[in-house]
Structures are given as structure tokens and as C-alpha cells.
Ligand binder design. Structure first.
Ligand code: URA
Length: 433
């Protein structure tokens, strides 16, 4: 088999066979096929697409490129959750303990943030003492004892995806539905869950800018899951503005605690309840999403969900006192107001610009090895649809030094003000099974 033939075949829009896909993934993982040939094939895939069979083969070839996690020692139906990424997306911090409190075991591997999006692992590390490394046996024992453990991705899971993602990043081939679908699903399959609930973000701050593209990506991932016997459900949720009011690591932990206390922003709470409802139904705890929604709300109002969060934090070395007193979380030394000189309504808030502003303050990384500051971030006091007057504070920057001109410029670019109140966007667009 020759890589050149595969490139030409895909260039002409033909489907690659199972053997051909395994050949290219195995060869690339072992450094036997050079980046330039794989780049050419990726670009051909970007333009010509892939059939469902090819996408499923590509997913499995990436799963087979490394280790897989065996979660069978954990009792119960294991349900994983994955978000396609956004700004202010702290849903895992909320949904994890909530679902665990309902009785579904949560054995989750999460990532760090890169660029304008944050990562669950960084947010958890904002809690003093919290550690994200557990041995395999500890991981299993934590889930069996406390119903939940969240760790960083370790070991050699989907090495082909790691290499391919890095190459896609520098060859303009990230935004391809077959490539995104197989990348996400390979990691979820290798992580060993029985069922997968996907939170596919739609809008200016997401990979998928339109509902149509998000539906296509969601349908593709659901179909991959089905073909590999993993029940997969995709929730399509709004990312036309940051999720919730807080962006930044300690800030987002604070907001997650508010939601678990029943005091969270309505739209953020609704996304979490929708995802969690799908998870507890998939986990066999509730018969339907209506009763699940009600049951989960009860777990929040009774304080059980928050108690579960505390148990989880303590079990992984974190200081549980921060749950009762979030002011013990890292706090920035300065708070700078972003004020407006306009009046009207907040028409839109470009989530990507807000994410970049938070990154400039130090909440995120430009390069993988950069250190981050858990204390810095942004609080959005005004969100889409809110009326504003000249001099109002739209957002507060939590920072460590006063030179924040660049971050303020990003916020200036993010907020669009109009004279008319904009129509309210749904928070959940669709659920695809
Ligand atoms: N997230 C992933 O894991 N992979 C992609 O290709 C895009 C988003």
C-alpha cells in the first residue's frame, strides 16, 4: 500500500477502505509516514468529506493506536460527558457531582485549556490541594467509593489523535466534521464509558458557528457511537455568548458552587440540568428526562449535590472548606471595571473575544507549557438582552496588575450594543439520539 495512492483516491472523492485507513493511522503513529503526506490527505478529507463507514473506521483506527481504559471493575452503567468546547463552560464541575449524587458513577478524564477555551482540569486545580493524578486502581476505588473521580488524561490514549490534532492545528484542517467527530469519539471510546452524552456547542464562541453544522457534527458522532455499540446522545447548546457569568479558573469554581446551591444563572443551570438528565436516564436511574429533571432539581435544593461536590473535592486532596466559603479560593489583587459609554441593550457578546481577554490576563495558555494564574478572570455583569446606561459596568476584570489595555480592547470588541432589545436565543437547540 502506498500513501500517495490514498491521497489521490481521496482527492478524487472516493472512499478509503478499512485497511487503507488503518494503514495511514498506524504508519503515522509510528512515524513511518511523513507530516507532508498526512497533511495532503487531511486537506483532501477536509474538501471531499468521508462516508459514515470511513468515519467509524477512522475512529476505531485511532482508538487502536494506543491504550484503552477498562472501567468494568466499576459497578453500574458508566456514562461519560464531553463538551465540544466553549468559554465559561464549567458544566463538568456541576454535572459530575450532580449525576454522581443521583447514583450514576462518574469516571471522567478531562483536559486542560488551550487558547481561548478553558479546561476542567485547570479549574479543579484552582481548588487548593486538589490533585488530578490518581493511579488506575485509585481511580477505580474513588469511583466505587465516592461515585466520582475526575483525572487528567494520562497514559497512551489515542496517540494518533494527539499527532493528528497538532498537525490539523497548523494546516488549516481543524474545522472538518469527519475529523472533529472521529477525534472526539476516539477519545471517548478509548476512555471506556458505556454511554456518552455530548454537549455540542453552537455559535460565535464554538467550533460550529451554525445550527446546521452543529446538527451534522452531532448526527455524525451519534452514528459513530451507535456503530460501536455505545449509546450516544448529543445536546446542542448555545455558545453565542459565554456560558454563565464567570470566566477564569477560580471564578468558574465559584459559579459552579452557586449552581450546586441552586443560586446559579438560569441558562447555565438549564444546560447542566439538560445534560445531567440525559446522563441519569442513560445510566438507568430515571425512566424519562422529565422525572430526571425534577429529581436532579431536588438533589440541588436538598443540598445533596453540593455535599457530593465536597466529598469529591476532599477525596482528591482539595480543601473542602472552599465549598462553604468560596472566598478562600485564589483571589486576584486588583479588580478593574469595564464600563460602557453607550446606552441601549447588550446585543451580543463574542465568546471567543472574552476567552482571549481572560487568556491575556493569565487565565489560559497561549502555549501548552505556559503557567496559568488561577485567580484571574472576568465577571460578566451584563449579558445579552440586558438594558444598559452610559457609565454602567459591563464586566469586571480580576487581575494582578493594572496594565490590562489589551484585555479591555478584546472586551470592547466582544460587546455589541443595540438600541433594540434582541430576541432571546434558546439555550438548548436540539437533542439528537
Ligand atoms: N475537540 C477535539 O477533541 N477534537 C477536535 O477535533 C475538535 C475539538
Amino acid at each position: 500500500m502506498r500513501m500517495l495512492d490514498l491521497i489521490e483516491k481521496k482527492r478524487e472523492g472516493q472512499a478509503l477502505s478499512t485497511e487503507e485507513i488503518h494503514f495511514f493511522i498506524d504508519g503515522y503513529t509510528r512515524d513511518q509516514i511523513p507530516d507532508y503526506q498526512v497533511s495532503a490527505l487531511l486537506m483532501a478529507i477536509y474538501f471531499k468529506g468521508m462516508t459514515d463507514q470511513e468515519i467509524s473506521d477512522l475512529t476505531m483506527a485511532m482508538v487502536d493506536s494506543g491504550d484503552t481504559v477498562d472501567l468494568s471493575p466499576i459497578k453500574g452503567i458508566k456514562v461519560d460527558k464531553h463538551s465540544t468546547g466553549g468559554v465559561g463552560d464549567k458544566t463538568s464541575l456541576i454535572v459530575g457531582p450532580l449525576v454522581a449524587a443521583a447514583g450514576v458513577p462518574v469516571a471522567k478524564m478531562s483536559g486542560r485549556g488551550l487558547g481561548h477555551t478553558g479546561g476542567t482540569i485547570d479549574k479543579l486545580e484552582a481548588i487548593p490541594g486538589f490533585h488530578i493524578e490518581l493511579s488506575r486502581d485509585e481511580f477505580i476505588e474513588h469511583v466505587n467509593t465516592h461515585k466520582i473521580a475526575i483525572v487528567g488524561q494520562s497514559g497512551n490514549l489515542t496517540p494518533a489523535d494527539k499527532k493528528l490534532y497538532a498537525l490539523r492545528d497548523v494546516t488549516g484542517t481543524v474545522a472538518s466534521i469527519p475529523l472533529i467527530a472521529s477525534s472526539i469519539m476516539s477519545k471517548k471510546i478509548a476512555s471506556g464509558a458505556d454511554s456518552i452524552v455530548l454537549d455540542v456547542k453552537v455559535g460565535s464562541g464554538a467550533f460550529m458557528k451554525t445550527l446546521e453544522d452543529a446538527r451534522r457534527l452531532a448526527a455524525e458522532m451519534v452514528s459513530i457511537g451507535k456503530s460501536l455499540n455505545r449509546q450516544t446522545i448529543a445536546v446542542l447548546s448555545d455558545m453565542n455568548q459565554p456560558l454563565g457569568r464567570e470566566v477564569g479558573n477560580a471564578n468558574e469554581v465559584r459559579e459552579a458552587i452557586d449552581v450546586l446551591k441552586g443560586q446559579g444563572e438560569e441558562r447555565l443551570t438549564e444546560v447542566c440540568l439538560t445534560i445531567a438528565s440525559q446522563m441519569v436516564v442513560a445510566g438507568g436511574i430515571y425512566k424519562d428526562v422529565e422525572s430526571a429533571h425534577e429529581g436532579l432539581q431536588e438533589l440541588i435544593s436538598s443540598g445533596q449535590a453540593l455535599e457530593q461536590f465536597k466529598t469529591f473535592v476532599q477525596a482528591q486532596g482539595g480543601d473542602p472548606a472552599v465549598i462553604d466559603d468560596p472566598s478562600q479560593l485564589p483571589e486576584a489583587s486588583q479588580h478593574i471595571k469595564f464600563q460602557t459609554d453607550q446606552e441601549g441593550y447588550v446585543h451580543s457578546i463574542d465568546a471567543e473575544q472574552v476567552g482571549l481577554a481572560a487568556m491575556l490576563l493569565g487565565a489560559g495558555r497561549q502555549q501548552k507549557e505556559d503557567a496559568i494564574d488561577y485567580a484571574v478572570g472576568i465577571t460578566l455583569l451584563k449579558k445579552v438582552g440586558d438594558p444598559i446606561n452610559i457609565g454602567d459596568t459591563l464586566a469586571v476584570l480580576h487581575c494582578q496588575h493594572p496594565s490590562v489595555a489589551e484585555a479591555l480592547e478584546k472586551l470592547e470588541a466582544a460587546y455589541q450594543i443595540s438600541s433594540q432589545k434582541p430576541e432571546e436565543q434558546p439555550i438548548i437547540y436540539d437533542i439528537i439520539k
